[in-house]
Design a protein around this ligand. Sequence first.
Ligand SMILES: C[S@@+](CC[C@H](N)C(=O)[O-])C[C@H]1O[C@@H](n2cnc3c(N)ncnc32)[C@H](O)[C@@H]1O
Length: 107
Amino acid sequence: MFEGRSTVWLLENILTHPASTLTYIDTFAGGAEHASRDLTNLEARFRANTEPHRAKLVAKKGPSAAMLRELPLGRYDFVSIDGSHEAAACGSKQTRYYSRRSLQLHF
Ligand SMILES: C[S@@+](CC[C@H](N)C(=O)[O-])C[C@H]1O[C@@H](n2cnc3c(N)ncnc32)[C@H](O)[C@@H]1O
């Protein structure tokens, strides 16, 4: 389920330093592949699951193509992209973010 589990895992296993932060981008509207799922209160469930780590989280709610423009390039050590699985989105600029060390893509 995509209710913050990978976010919590990253926070508990990778971002363990007190000064570490995690910036997430999500519309919380799902994609075309989620049309049959009940996404009611998805954002609320994500926030509840990640609440223990709230101080380390930076929220960017909206489409990645727009939200990525607000982020400083080269600022992040690790970037994980697990958003829209639609072909047009996967091939768009939203998947072309350059991190300082690592980029992980899920398609
Ligand atoms: C597989 S889930 C990832 C869940 C997340 N990694 C976690 O910790 O729960 C995919 C997410 O991408 C979001 N999404 C789909 N298309 C998007 C887009 N164009 N921009 C931003 N988020 C998008 C959906 O709302 C969904 O929550």
